[in-house]
Ligand binder design. Sequence first.
Ligand SMILES: Cc1cc2nc3c(=O)[nH]c(=O)nc-3n(C[C@H](O)[C@H](O)[C@H](O)COP(=O)(O)O)c2cc1C
Ligand SMILES: Nc1ncnc2c1ncn2[C@@H]1O[C@H](COP(=O)(O)OP(=O)(O)O)[C@@H](O)[C@H]1O
Length: 273
Amino acid sequence: MEVIHITQASEQFNKEAHVMAIGFFDGVHLGHQELLNHAKSLAEKNNVLFTALTFSPHPDEVIKGDKNRKYITPLPQKIEKMRALGVDKLFVMTFDKAFASLPPADFINDYIINTHTKHVVVGFDFTFGFKAEGDTLLLRKQSKKQSFGLSVIPKKTYRNEKISSTLLRRLIGDGEVDRIPFYLGANYQVKVETGKKHQTGSQNVRTLGSYILPKAGIYFVKISDGRRTVQGEFHRYAEKDNEIVAPGLQALHGEELSILFLSKVSAASVVSV
Ligand SMILES: Cc1cc2nc3c(=O)[nH]c(=O)nc-3n(C[C@H](O)[C@H](O)[C@H](O)COP(=O)(O)O)c2cc1C
Ligand SMILES: Nc1ncnc2c1ncn2[C@@H]1O[C@H](COP(=O)(O)OP(=O)(O)O)[C@@H](O)[C@H]1O
């Protein structure tokens, strides 16, 4: 997969025919996966490239000044998930004030028509352009006038709730990590770097990226250094460095580990320790 960072609002960034999925895609959850898989099968059927257009940072960082925004998948992890789903080219558009003020019609001309997009795939609630004035109805109208194909993916739900990055952020924040796989398709994973070891056997860790972390508490996790995976604990503190307990894993200072959140240790078992 090729990753193409775009910073110029009307730069010509692609010359080959392609089917393009558009969205922010934080988490690349099961709703996003359905959309991306649809784009992939259309691209394969038509023998053209499968591409995705995403943004960085999140529009809210620019529009609402939400500077310390946390993500389910910071950009490097989103890139890895896109690669795994078979995206041929990933366009990462820098979301800045200039881009945010682009009228919907200009977005269609500069990013869909001028980049040789044969078909666009978005979800039912996709919005775009200045003040988010563009929607799927406008895209449908323009797709007929400007001769590009359009698929609008219906809402994917789980137990009558829309699978969304907002819901996932809430579940992670509330520590309900055992419910994450129903929406994300996998357990929640974060990358950390190890720090100081304590005599009790625990070790400080700091996240490698702007991840959302579950609320303070103790979590059952799987910890991997890329060679070995062990079951352990993640101790999430509100006011001091987070720690892991990873029996059998001899992590040095400054090692990169991945943490897979399985469940929250129950309040009762915390008390009995
Ligand atoms: C060209 C362009 C301009 C945008 N301008 C605004 C804006 O002025 N205000 C806003 O709230 N969102 C704006 N957005 C963000 C979109 O409404 C939307 O959040 C973004 O395209 C990601 O779509 P998704 O959330 O469906 O993945 C803009 C998006 C694009 C592509
Ligand atoms: N549950 C879902 N079902 C269908 N499409 C979805 C779903 N969730 C998001 N999408 C689509 O995926 C793209 C990215 O959406 P985004 O806003 O990043 O996700 P979310 O709504 O989860 O925050 C958009 O085109 C959006 O309409």
